[in-house]
Design a protein around this ligand. Structure first.
Ligand code: PLP
Length: 393
């Protein structure tokens, strides 16, 4: 049996999405900026895609800029805002559990003369408004806090945080890459000035994203070149990808509640079984404020990489808590920020379910997980000590 339970890393492209994209690879291949029939045809497809996405997130089409990924959108928002607003100050605030796209962009700013404050989170991965109140001052130009975290799924109080940022004259950016597959996002309601989305987490294509920039907000360009995207982002528009992202988002809205309820029921079944059948575990994340897809557990006395390998051997695809991108063995910065002890964080796995998963698959995962954890614990010297009563975490 092969089971894919790594939907927070990426999702398969929906066949209807591939169908929508297909003509733009072949017959309708024109450059959307060309001044002839072929160009006009693709320009219309790009405009329609922009309108469709804008309509869904409640913004004007001219507030939406297509990019090459969620990573690019995050970099653009953070660096673009900090650089453009240097006259106001050199202080940037992010949360300590951001995706690397924000974390590393902030590090880049730090290496280039900016001061970065990383907000703490509580044990469930929540940022608290008081901490932003304490950290923000008149030099702060941008605050960036993700809507839903990619490792543990915790949903942040972004409206409240945006309001605090605005009170201090700072812009507010939120990375909605993990939230938009599951949550209705209305830019006005959210109150953010800058919003990142990415195509491949909701059954759309990879290598395409968007940045919402509220009208009136000015940030520096990140990708300089031609006059594409109203001269704000150079590079020939990837017509098939933007058409695909828009179609995928439309499809995801059609069945949002039904899919969310279904995915949450799989996750709940998974968690009930794991918690009843596997000892010495820790659930990571906020059970009351989270997306329906992600379940993250630390399994004490074992290494996440070992769990991943044995599950993979059984055809099960999941992620270690530390990475949605690389084979990194570093402990997860998210779990560490949540106060998970380093040795426990090493034994963490993110399971992320999607609409294609079945209850039988979930049962198969739990069965194999139980076998895997027992097998690894049999080989674990720490578990031996625990059994002997001389080890306490
Ligand atoms: N932000 C979050 C929260 C993510 O989970 C991801 C993807 O893993 C990204 C940004 C990066 O998006 P992309 O893969 O489109 O670069």
């Amino acid at each position: 049996m092969k089971v894919y339970a790594d939907c927070a890393a990426t999702t398969p492209c929906d066949k209807k999405v591939v169908e929508a994209m297909s003509p733009y690879f072949t017959e309708q291949f024109g450059n959307a900026d060309s001044q002839h029939y072929y160009g006009r045809e693709t320009a219309k497809a790009v405009a329609d895609a922009r309108e469709a996405v804008a309509d869904i997130i409640g913004c004007k089409p001219n507030e939406l800029y297509f990019t090459g990924s969620g990573t690019e959108s995050d970099n653009w928002a953070l660096k673009g805002a900090a650089l453009h607003r240097r006259d106001k100050g050199n202080h940037v605030i992010i949360s300590s559990i951001e995706h690397h796209a924000v974390l590393v962009a902030a590090e880049w700013l730090e290496n280039n003369g900016f001061e970065v404050t990383r907000l703490p989170v509580d044990g469930t991965g929540l940022v608290h408004a008081e901490d932003l109140e304490k950290a923000i001052d008149d030099r702060t130009t941008i605050v960036s806090v993700m809507y839903a975290n990619n490792e543990v799924g915790t949903i942040q109080p972004v409206r409240e945080l945006a309001e605090i940022a605005h009170r201090h004259g700072a812009l507010f950016h939120t990375d909605c890459v993990q939230a938009i597959p599951y949550m209705n996002i209305d830019v006005k309601d959210l109150g953010a000035d800058l919003i990142t989305i990415s195509g491949h987490k909701f059954y759309g294509p990879k290598g395409v994203g968007a940045l919402y920039i509220r009208n009136g907000v000015k940030i520096d360009k990140l990708v300089c070149g031609g006059g594409q995207e109203r001269a704000q982002r150079g590079g020939t528009t990837n017509t098939p990808a933007v058409v695909g992202m828009a179609r995928a988002l439309q499809l995801s809205r059609e069945d949002l509640d039904k899919n969310n309820a279904y995915i949450a029921s799989l996750r709940d079944h998974f968690e009930r079984r794991v918690e009843a059948e596997i000892p010495y575990i820790r659930q990571n994340g906020n059970k009351n404020h989270r997306v329906p897809s992600i379940s993250n557990y630390s399994f004490e006395f074992v290494e996440g990489e070992g769990i991943l390998m044995l599950l993979d051997f059984n055809g099960i695809a999941v992620s270690s808590g530390s990475a949605c991108s690389s084979g990194s063995l570093d402990p997860s910065h998210v779990l560490l920020a949540m106060g998970v002890p380093i040795e426990v964080s090493h034994g963490s796995i993110r399971f992320s379910f999607g609409k294609h998963n079945t209850i039988e698959e979930v049962d198969y995962i739990v069965d194999k997980l139980k076998e895997t954890i027992s097998r690894l614990r049999e080989m674990s010297p720490l578990f031996d000590l625990k059994k002997g009563g001389t080890y306490n975490v």
